[in-house]
Structures are given as structure tokens and as C-alpha cells.
Design a protein around this ligand. Structure first.
Ligand SMILES: [Zn+2]
Length: 88
């Protein structure tokens, strides 16, 4: 797991990518407090699968950006085919 900070709301979560399409995100209580979009989606009672929620769209982009620049390693070693940013 690697810490990734949302570029919009500054929530810091722990993220792990098993592939380019699969991301696991672990939320701390503080990150939940910070992410506006997450708060809006969370019902009064906490969901049992709360770790499945990836947060706001900005966080998804932030996680992807971290993976693209190598700050977040992809567990799956398959070469990337679709991300143009990786071909630098
Ligand atoms: Zn956010």
C-alpha cells in the first residue's frame, strides 16, 4: 500500500494497484472527513464494504497519476497498452 493524496480535497489514503484496472483503497477516518464526495455517498450507517469506495473522481485520477509516474507500483507486470502517458 502507498499513500496517495487527493489533489482536490487533500484526503490521504492508502492505495494498492493489482493492475491498471484494479485499485484497492484504504481509508483512514481523517481521509473520510476530508473527502467531500465520499461523505455525500456514505449513508448514516457505515457500509460494510466501505473500503470498496474509491472516493471522489479526483482521487481516482490522483491514484492513476501516481501509478503513471511510478510512485505506485502495479502488482501485475503486464505492459501497459492503453495509457499514452506511460510512453515517455
Ligand atoms: Zn477528494
Amino acid at each position: 500500500m502507498r499513500p496517495v493524496t487527493c489533489l482536490t480535497c487533500a484526503a490521504e489514503v492508502l492505495a494498492r494497484k493489482s493492475s491498471w484496472d484494479q485499485t484497492t483503497v484504504q481509508w483512514s477516518a481523517e481521509a473520510v472527513e476530508r473527502c467531500v464526495e465520499r461523505k455525500q455517498q456514505l449513508p448514516p450507517n457505515e457500509r460494510p464494504n466501505r473500503n470498496a469506495f474509491l472516493g471522489c473522481h479526483a482521487l481516482k485520477d490522483s491514484v492513476r497519476a501516481a501509478a503513471v509516474r511510478g510512485a505506485l507500483e502495479i502488482q501485475d507486470e503486464d505492459p501497459l497498452k492503453t495509457n499514452p502517458e506511460a510512453h515517455q
